[in-house]
Design a protein around this ligand. Structure first.
Ligand code: ATP
Ligand code: MG
Length: 657
């Protein structure tokens, strides 16, 4: 740790947490792994040749001429190449004799409500939907907003857009009319695809009224295409077209045209944890190359044996890349689940794993910590011996949550792959490889082959092992965002201005003594305590390592003595009782784990934490609470009543010493 230098700006992030546990790759998995250490060597020797090899996994209508053109910060990959994403995800599997293979096992939230779609089925459905879009006047380059529940028509709609070269903009089905309207306007969408509703927490949850409210203020929208899912009453508007009327009567034949490798595939607005959402633009060839390669490598996918399940919502990037494009490009069999993990009971996820004999599972730390809170006895009731690799994405995974996941879900046998990436990167960037990496709980480990990442200080100098600072990416990668839709300047300012010639994702990170990478959360959340930059992640992980704590969020609140002081919000585990001395207990536990500097000033036991729709903790709202301000913009919050529950707890908060 850097010595305290009052008056000087601290140089880097403190490195407080130490972890000695290691988990070797299972011997059998390593022996048959899709990717071995050789990939790192090969990619290090010739990065572009490595990505060319990955692009060869796809079927190109026309091979590219130039692999990369880099006019920093604007990249083009596989220039001159042409391909059709939907053809790669669907038709080619049928042509190669895999038409009867299951693409999706769909599990609706109401029990017994299931559908099975083979690659043949998907080809017919996507072709019909593509023909329907054409009938509605949608053409290549047009934008289509998609606001749907987790039903098969959602990936079908996305693939239909990709097939004809229309650009989809999927908006998470829980956003408000205002949020939807602003996204429709920003992308200037002419069609909205939606459903009457979907099932959530045991009840039909309407979507159409939100669309009606938004579209009433969007004159550029010509049609609203509506899937009947729940059968609930919907008000009809003159823009409405029912999916079952229009799509069902279309021909199931449609010839996919090749598109340029750099033609846009989709726009996706970031989840908005930190500010105004940005319309992230992804293109065709590079995006599909990296999503397909990483899905194969990180999960060690064996398409003939594995049943893969990513629990994310398709409305955020994990669902785009790892429910739709990556798995389908690889010809995988996936599970899609419509509803929430607690409906009709808290074992629903594990029941699904047992039912479909899921082998590869991909979920988020927020879900894992919720399962920890609910108790070990719930997953213990199910047979999950089919699982072989389990993954995590969305936030730093606390070492204790990692170990809980490994033991209680992975049966102490499955490697945990903690995958770091973001909407902007399009695909996984930093992650263990299950057949190669000796995993460390809490670490995302090494950049994947072909990715050049580093940790730098505020001058942009690489920090030595043992140091902390800013995560950067030093070289362009195939699935990188190409710009922010309609705003090149914001693209430059947001990602390429902090450090000369480097992509800055906005996250803090450290290198441990072995040079492995640990993600430390957003730099906006970093706390400045007595001249030291302390990451929220490390303090949260220390709290979660206490046996009574399931989940924790910490923020730095203005303090007259230390500049900022650490205020912690904790959720207790299912079995733990709230007692008078819990606060003192936890404060001492943190001091012992990380050192006295990281001792929280305050601990508040709360029933819930404010999270975005994608499950990320919104620390800026907690900062408002900790500093007794009125709470800021809550529009991207999953449940806006949470802030009231937390504020109620505040008067009882004691600052002890
Ligand atoms: P916004 O940028 O609008 O605030 P967002 O960043 O929450 O939205 P995403 O692109 O879904 O939207 O999230 C990416 C961020 O999630 C990363 O920048 C990082 O902070 C965090 N993240 C994702 N995976 C991991 C991981 N494995 N470890 C640590 N952090 C992660
Ligand atoms: Mg972000």
């Amino acid at each position: 740790m850097a010595p305290e230098t009052p008056g000087n700006e601290p140089q880097a992030l403190s490195n407080l947490l130490h972890e000695n546990r290691r988990f070797e790759p299972p011997v059998e998995l390593a022996a048959a792994a899709n990717v071995t250490e050789a990939a790192y060597t090969q990619a290090a020797a010739d990065r572009l040749a490595f990505w060319e090899g990955a692009a060869d996994r796809l079927t190109w209508a026309k091979r590219w001429e130039t692999t990369l053109e880099w006019n920093a910060p604007f990249a083009k990959w596989f220039i001159g190449g042409e391909l059709n994403v939907a053809y790669n995800c669907v038709d080619r599997h049928v042509e190669e004799g895999r038409g009867d293979k299951v693409a999706y096992y769909w599990e609706g939230e109401p029990e017994g409500d299931t559908r099975v779609l083979t690659y043949n089925d998907l080809k017919s459905e996507v072709s019909k939907a593509a023909n329907a879009l054409l009938e509605l006047g949608v053409r290549k380059g047009d934008r289509v907003a998609v606001y749907m529940p987790m039903i098969p028509e959602l990936p079908i709609a996305m693939l239909a857009c990709a097939r004809i070269g229309a650009i989809h903009s999927v908006v998470f089905g829980g956003f408000s009319a205002t949020a939807l309207k602003s996204r429709i306007d920003d992308a200037d969408a002419k069609l909205v695809i939606t459903a009457d509703g979907g099932y959530r927490r045991g009840n039909p949850s309407a979507l159409k009224p939100t669309v009606d409210e938004a579209v009433a203020q969007c004159p550029q929208v010509e049609h609203v295409l509506v899937v009947r899912r729940t059968g609930q009453n919907v008000a009809a508007t003159d823009k409405d077209v029912w999916w079952h009327d229009l799509v069902e009567r279309q021909s199931d034949q449609h010839t996919p045209e090749p598109h340029d490798a750099e033609d846009p595939l989709y726009i996706l607005y970031t989840s908005g944890t930190t500010g105004r959402p940005k319309g992230i633009l992804h293109t065709t060839g590079g995006y599909l190359t990296q999503t397909a390669w990483t899905h194969d490598a990180v999960f060690d996918l064996k398409p003939d044996k594995d049943i893969y399940w990513c629990t994310a919502d398709i409305g955020w990037v994990t669902g785009h890349s790892y429910i739709v494009y990556g798995p389908l490009a690889n010809g995988a069999t996936s599970v899609i689940y419509e509803g929430t993990p607690d409906t009709p009971h808290r074992g629903r996820f594990w029941e699904i794993v047992q039912k479909y004999k899921v082998t590869l599972l991909y979920t988020a730390p927020t879900a894992i910590r919720t399962f920890m809170k609910w108790g070990d006895d719930i997953p213990a009731k199910y047979d999950m011996s089919s699982l072989r690799v389990i993954g995590s994405v969305g936030e730093p995974i606390n070492p204790e949550a990692y170990v809980w996941y490994r033991e209680n879900i992975g049966g102490s046998r499955c490697p945990v792959v903690d995958t770091w990436w973001q909407t902007e990167t399009g695909a996984v960037m930093i992650s263990p490889l299950p057949g190669v990496t000796s995993g460390k709980p809490g670490a995302a480990m090494r950049p994947l082959p072909g990715i050049v990442a580093d940790v730098v200080d505020d001058q942009g100098n690489s920090v030595p092992n043992g140091g902390g600072g800013f995560l950067v990416i030093r070289e362009p990668w195939p699935s990188m965002l190409r710009t922010i839709w309609g705003d090149d300047q914001r693209y430059i300012d947001t990602y390429w201005s902090r450090f000369e010639g480097m992509y800055f994702p906005g996250d803090g990170a450290k290198k441990d003594e072995d040079g492995d990478l640990w993600l430390l959360g957003r730099v906006d959340d970093v706390m400045l305590i007595s001249g030291h930059n302390i990451s929220t992640t490390e303090v949260e992980s220390a709290l979660v390592s206490h046996p009574k704590v399931a989940e924790a969020a910490v923020v730095g609140a203005t303090d007259p003595v230390t500049g900022q002081a650490i205020v912690s919000f904790v959720i207790l585990r299912g079995t733990a009782e709230e007692s008078d001395d819990i606060a003192a207990d936890l404060r001492n536990h943190v001091a012992k784990t990380l050192g006295p500097i990281a001792k929280p000033r305050q601990i508040l036991v709360v029933p819930e934490l404010p999270k975005t729709r994608s499950g990320k903790i919104m620390r800026r709202l907690l900062r408002d609470v900790a500093e007794n301000r009125s709470v800021g913009d809550v529009t991207t919050l999953a449940d806006s009543t949470v802030m009231d529950l937390i504020s109620e707890k505040l008067p009882s908060a004691k600052s002890e010493d």
